[in-house]
Design a protein around this ligand. Structure first.
Ligand SMILES: NC(=O)C1=CN([C@@H]2O[C@H](COP(=O)(O)OP(=O)(O)OC[C@H]3O[C@@H](n4cnc5c(N)ncnc54)[C@H](O)[C@@H]3O)[C@@H](O)[C@H]2O)[C@H](O)CC1
Ligand SMILES: [K+]
Length: 476
């Protein structure tokens, strides 16, 4: 099963991994033509009703594979308004070869005749809300025919994620959907087939640019993009400051650092962008937990661990906190060893490197494919998300596992893990935990790659922080 959002991401990743969308469209169109050949003999009349997006584009391709049939193409709207280059190129290809194409500007004038088959390619996953005109009237016209209706990807007007329609929708007999089943199609009264359109498995496994789908809402208020609490510091001061600055650069609106009073001024001194919330003493201990729990409740995500150290009292405090916390937390560094022993309702993203993973009781292997299996089962056992850092980062929630390949050997320098934890914390304010971890790893590696490209090796963790906004930006 794949949702429309994931499908769009995978599609974009396929392009980044060398399989352009136009190639996918060619396979989609071919699959639609196969479905028509399955239900009608050569010579049969086929009416293609196409919209101006890529759903229509798939059908234009199908037409070239149906030369044995009597095909008429009805484009809803003027050719100049076809909204994507690849759909327009496929339309132009039909016109250049003198196929029977008609453009429909007044839906009342849509004369479909009495075809044996209708190919419904008005709208696919790009639909929002109820069908507008001319699509609504065209859908009714299609439903009034006796023809067998083959829908491209999803019956026009139906939401592929929910199976519901906000208004009139095409009543399809068959649906040829692409790559994977869609959650909304199972409930329909139609025969659904899934066509393999040649999207490489890598486009789902490896994190790529398609995963950067923006989550910024149009109506933005302070706090909408997340408030992150970093709990860290004591024996170290740089680590929590790096996590906090990374969280800001990764898009959080407000980031506070809860740290021992002894280091509060030092941490504040790193940046005027930080808000510091000191607790007594020079290291975290159980007496601080009630205060931290109350503070955490005012934040979307807590990043726990950077620079906390591993004193027994500190680790006890980490355990106490996690046992009462029910929100989302990124757990890093010394705090990680506590996770396997705590019983918590919190959603945790644990970010160990190989050594920390072993200390948590996890296993590793030289071969990254073997490692993905080990990480996936350990994540399932823990009941938390794992982001295991390495040349190939492995991210798993025990069910879905992703691999990130961005980054370079320069990133073994100190502090890059703190940057990753903060980045992931900010992203987890607006995405699910597994996706936040995957995108966090991807963006961090991308930031590191950009730094090395500009300056060569000799990378600093702060170089990553500065490059996060660009690393997280979607290429339009
Ligand atoms: N994902 C893939 O791997 C592939 C998908 N293919 C096909 O592409 C469509 C999705 O294409 P897209 O261009 O994004 O959207 P649509 O064609 O569904 O529609 C966009 C078009 O429709 C207008 N619109 C939106 N809502 C409405 C409405 N309620 N009434 C009228 N018009 C509406 C909007 O303005 C746009 O202009 C997918 O389903 C597949 O069929 C690729 O071909 C192969 C790879
Ligand atoms: K359709």
């Amino acid at each position: 099963m794949i949702t429309s959002d994931r499908m769009a991401a995978v599609d974009e990743n396929a392009e980044a991994f060398g399989v352009p969308r136009k190639q996918l469209m060619e396979s989609s169109g071919n699959a639609v033509a196969r479905a028509v050949r399955d239900i009608a003999d050569p010579g049969a009349q086929v009416a293609v009703v196409a919209g101006r997006g890529n759903n229509g584009g798939d059908a234009f391709v199908a037409v070239r594979f149906l030369d044995d049939y009597d095909v008429t193409v009805h484009l809803l709207g003027r050719p100049e308004t076809i909204s994507t280059d690849i759909a327009r190129e496929n339309w132009d290809a039909l016109e250049a070869s003198e196929y029977d194409t008609r453009t429909v500007t007044d839906s009342k004038a849509l004369g479909l005749g009495d075809p044996d088959v209708v190919v419904d390619a008005m709208l696919g996953t790009g639909v929002t809300g109820a069908l507008r005109e001319p699509e609504a009237t065209a859908a009714e016209a299609v439903n009034d025919l006796d023809a067998t209706v083959v829908a491209v990807d999803v019956p026009s007007g139906v939401d592929a994620d929910t199976g519901t329609a906000a208004g009139v929708a095409v009543d399809a007999d068959r649906v040829v959907t692409f790559h994977d089943e869609k959650p909304g199609l199972a409930s329909l009264d139609a025969a659904v087939t899934v066509a393999d359109i040649g999207i490489p498995a890598a486009a789902e496994l490896f994190v790529g640019p398609g995963d950067l789908h923006h989550t910024r809402r149009s109506q933005s208020h302070k706090g909408d993009h997340g408030e992150v609490l970093v709990v860290g510091g004591g024996p170290y001061t740089g680590a929590p400051a790096l996590s906090a600055q990374a969280a800001l650069r990764a898009g959080a609106d407000l980031v506070r650092v809860a740290c021992p009073k002894s280091v509060a001024r030092e941490i504040q001194g790193y940046s005027e962008n930080l808000i510091v919330r000191p607790f007594d003493g020079d290291h975290l201990q159980p007496s601080h937990v009630d205060g931290l729990t109350a503070l955490a409740a005012d934040h979307d995500v807590v990043v726990f661990g950077p620079g906390l150290g591993d004193e027994d009292a500190t680790l006890d405090a980490v355990a106490d906190f996690l046992e009462s916390y029910e929100g989302t937390a990124v757990v890093d560094a010394d705090a990680l060893q506590v996770v396997p022993e705590v019983d918590t309702d919190a959603t945790l993203v644990c970010t160990p490197h190989q050594g920390e993973l072993l200390k948590m009781g996890g296993k590793t292997a030289d071969d990254w494919r073997e490692r993905t299996d080990l990480v996936e089962s350990f994540a399932a056992e823990l009941g938390h998300v794992l982001l295991v850092k390495g040349a190939y980062d492995i991210i798993s929630d025990g069910e879905v596992t992703r691999v990130n390949r961005t980054g370079n050997p320069g990133m073994t320098v100190g502090g890059t893990g703190d940057v990753l934890a903060g980045t992931t914390g900010a992203l987890a304010c607006v995405r699910n935990a597994r996706h936040a971890a995957a995108v966090g790893a991807y963006a961090n590696g991308r930031a590191g790659d950009a730094a090395v490209e500009e300056n060569g090796y000799g990378l600093l963790a702060t170089d990553l922080v500065d490059r996060l906004p660009v690393a997280l930006r979607r290429d339009e």
